[in-house]
Design a protein around this ligand. Structure first.
Ligand code: NDP
Length: 284
């Protein structure tokens, strides 16, 4: 039986710490602020944005929502970002992705000032993560690392396998494991012998976007299994990329979905916003 790493519990600790530090900043007259931009009316994006605003209120940040209509033009969106880049009350800017297809996501990411880029998607921040000299951690992979650390699991020298190579999860995840001295393999849709590669992992991270993709035969006995996936089943329930019921008896640690990596991502966003406020006030 695997030990469950609860994202609810670990994220609550992170948010507590952020809240305490936010109070210290407020006592010095600094009130951290996050601007959240949402374009259109995608229901999943709306849920994410609401959760982020709720988390801001809980830790004591100001949050400003900019809900723009579906037909917003690229110029209008870039002009808002420019305004927020120059607004001293706003320390962090987040533009909820995906954007409607007529908007250029890459140009939007590039327009956010790297100092306010609390998602750590700007190429300048991505480069800093690559060389291991960064202030902003990519939220989801950082959340996974926090979960690993919360159990005192050592990464050094371990075989780490990441399934998925997206810019927001797979690649930065691999980089953070590498910074902790893991021996890292990144798998993707063209990987040969995926089952064998995964079955050699001491630490296995699934970021595929396919429900129950990782089955027990892909998992080494005693492996640590971290499930980033968020998939909605036909019955409306959320499910990860790992077939929890078959993998859980084989693993030593496992993260559930829901209540696993999801809440960690938002907690790490709060941590980044706090860091942005400190940086912009010369405190880091
Ligand atoms: P992407 O769709 O961008 O990437 C999926 C990756 O999985 C790709 O690299 C793809 O390979 C790989 N893949 C797809 N099929 C296979 C296969 N058969 N074998 C091996 N690899 C495969 O997804 P994201 O990285 O954005 O997200 C991954 C999951 O994590 C999703 O479920 C998403 O909802 C969830 N997520 C959760 C977050 C959280 O807060 N918990 C935050 C962000 C995402 P290739 O590159 O070759 O196409």
């Amino acid at each position: 039986m695997a030990k469950l790493i609860s994202g609810k519990e670990v994220s609550a600790k992170v948010r507590e710490e952020v809240k305490a530090q936010c109070e210290q900043l407020k006592a010095r007259g600094i009130h951290p602020g996050l601007a959240v931009i949402i374009v259109g009316d995608d229901p999943a994006s709306r849920v994410y944005v609401n959760n982020k605003k709720k988390a801001c209120a809980e830790v004591g940040f100001i949050s400003e929502e900019y809900a723009l209509p579906q037909q917003t033009t690229q110029e209008e969106l870039l002009s808002l970002i420019n305004e927020l880049n120059n607004n001293p009350k706003i320390n962090g800017i987040l533009c909820q992705l995906p954007l409607p297809s007529h908007l250029d996501e890459k140009a939007v990411i590039n327009a956010i000032s790297p100092e306010k880029d609390v998602d750590a998607f700007h190429p300048s921040n991505v480069g800093k993560i690559m060389i291991g000299d960064y202030h902003f951690l990519p939220c989801t992979p950082a959340g996974v690392m926090e979960m690993i650390k919360s159990e005192g699991i050592e990464v050094k020298g371990k075989n780490c396998v990441v399934i998925g190579r997206s810019n927001i999860v797979g690649k930065p995840m691999a980089m953070l494991l590498l910074h902790e001295h893991g021996t890292v393999t990144i798998c993707h849709s063209r990987t040969k012998n995926l089952k064998e590669v995964c079955a050699a992992a001491d630490i296995l991270v699934a970021a595929v976007g396919k429900a129950k993709f990782v089955t027990a035969d892909m998992v080494k006995p005693g492996a640590v299994v971290l499930d980033v996936g968020i998939n909605r089943l036909e019955n409306g329930k959320l499910c990860g990329d790992v077939d929890f019921d078959s993998v859980e008896p084989k693993a030593s640690y496992i993260t559930p979905v829901p209540g696993g990596v999801g809440p960690m991502t938002i907690a790490m966003l709060m941590k980044n916003t706090l860091m942005a406020a400190k940086l912009q006030n010369g405190l880091e």
